[in-house]
Design a protein around this ligand. Structure first.
Ligand SMILES: Cc1ncc(COP(=O)(O)O)c(C=O)c1O
Length: 422
């Protein structure tokens, strides 16, 4: 099945006389005829539904659709992208372990890795992608359990060399986890380049309409967890009557453990209604992604020519240092652009206030064009010097191009840029 067809049809296939649209099964629990049937599900939760903290038919239909889109063996939805990132790591790391990550990742993920995981006893070692393979390998320790990166980094818009980092991870005996939020499986399929686990904030393009926060973890089913580094997957789980996930579930060990153990204990499973809304977003994902990319490229080309703009970051631009990587990994570079306005913080603030169509909000990847000025909003507590250290210039704007008519978006930008000099 082609991606476009999967977006419309997989996950839920109605039988004769059943609803055409994915039904919302808004129930916390499921009924059985005998105690023995319930006991059998407790013995092997993959045999049926017992409680909506572990699984729900509406959510599971969406999980199937996303797993098929990414080319994985299984998926598990979560209540946010943050929860997906956290569980994807806790599923194979405990106190005393370390992880290796690219530094060009979402700010919330940096907080999670640098502060909260640290408190849990998990160390994050950041590696510079411009280092040699040998330098990167020297960051690994005996206790390193995974490598983490983002396909298109938010907000730096750097493209991840997935194959290179997956090869290094595999040589070091650990999996590569990729946050594929900005690309979505429509623009990039990280499993085809060696990634082992994918996570998404579905709050972004997958939902697309800014109506619900969510996340998902997808398992490629390809990583060999029996290499001696992952006893939590191979040895008996005493919290689950001595089950060995690899022995019982083979290539679905990782994703089933995440559900049976971590979802049971952390309880961050989405409601059926949220999954229903996410499914609506997924149904139009291929057409929306194509249009975001077209609109964003036109905006990036316009900005590159403007006298008011110092520089533009968008990997689809020929001038971008990531142009080659984008050609290798991406079928488009999404709708998110960042650019630096001449005149620093005051000019950026003036520009932001003059925009009429683009809305000022803490969000990206929406059908409506939205814009954020990190220096006066998300990072307002930092001085210009501290901003520079964090890689954010005072005049930097993150612009998330929506699906409005391109002429209208450019007219809005043009008027706002012209207003700076007035
Ligand atoms: C790339 C990326 N990953 C993860 C997250 C976290 O997702 P959520 O806000 O759904 O928790 C975000 C949020 O902006 C993001 O941009």
């Amino acid at each position: 099945m082609k991606d476009e067809t999967k977006c419309l049809h997989s996950g839920y296939t109605p039988a004769n006389g059943e609803p055409r649209v994915l039904p919302i099964v808004q129930s916390t629990t499921y009924v059985y005829d005998s105690a023995a049937e319930v006991a059998a599900i407790f013995d092997d939760p993959t045999k049926g539904l017992c409680y909506s903290r572990f699984g729900n038919p509406t959510v599971m239909a969406v999980e199937t659709k996303i797993a098929e889109l990414e080319g994985g063996v299984g998926a598990m939805c979560t209540t946010s992208g943050q929860a997906a990132t956290l569980l994807s790591i806790l599923n194979i790391c405990s106190a005393g372990d370390s992880i290796v990550s690219l530094p060009t990742i979402y700010g919330g993920t940096i907080n999670l890795f640098s502060f909260t995981l640290k408190k849990l006893g998990i160390e994050c070692i950041y590696v510079d992608p411009s280092s040699s393979d040998e330098e990167i390998k020297s960051a690994f320790k005996e206790n390193t359990k995974l490598v983490f990166g983002e396909t298109i980094a938010n907000p730096a818009l750097k493209v991840l060399d997935i194959q290179r980092f997956a090869d290094i991870a595999h040589e070091m005996g650990v999996p590569m986890i990729v946050d594929n939020t900005f690309a979505t499986p429509i623009l990039c399929k990280p499993f085809e380049f060696g990634a082992d686990i994918i996570i998404h904030s579905t709050s972004k393009y997958m939902d697309g309409h800014a109506i619900q926060i969510g996340g998902v973890i997808v398992d490629s089913g390809k990583f060999d967890w029996t290499n001696g580094k992952f006893p939590e997957l191979t040895e008996p789980d005493e919290s689950y009557h001595g089950i060995s996930y690899t022995k019982s579930y083979g290539n679905m060990a990782y994703i089933i453990k995440a559900r049976m153990q971590l979802m049971r204990d952390f309880g961050v499973y989405p409601a059926a209604h949220s999954a229903f809304l996410l499914n609506l977003g997924l149904e139009t994902l291929p057409v929306r992604m194509k249009q975001y990319c077209e609109n964003a490229l036109a905006v990036a080309e316009y900005l590159e020519k403007s006298d008011m703009v110092e520089s533009v970051s968008y990997p689809a631009l020929k001038s971008s240092p990531d142009y080659e990587l984008a050609n290798k990994y991406l079928k488009g570079c999404s709708g998110v652009i960042s650019f630096i306005i001449k005149g620093g913080r005051p000019a950026a603030a003036k520009f932001m206030d003059a925009l009429k169509l683009a809305s000022n909000e803490v969000h990206v990847a929406d059908i409506r064009t939205c814009v954020l000025h990190p220096a006066s909003e998300t990072h307002r507590q930092l001085t210009d010097e501290q901003l520079a250290a964090a890689g954010i210039e005072a005049g930097m704007i993150r612009f998330s191009v929506g699906l409005e008519k391109i002429d209208d978006i450019i007219e809005d930008l043009d008027n706002a840029l012209k207003s700076i000099g007035k």
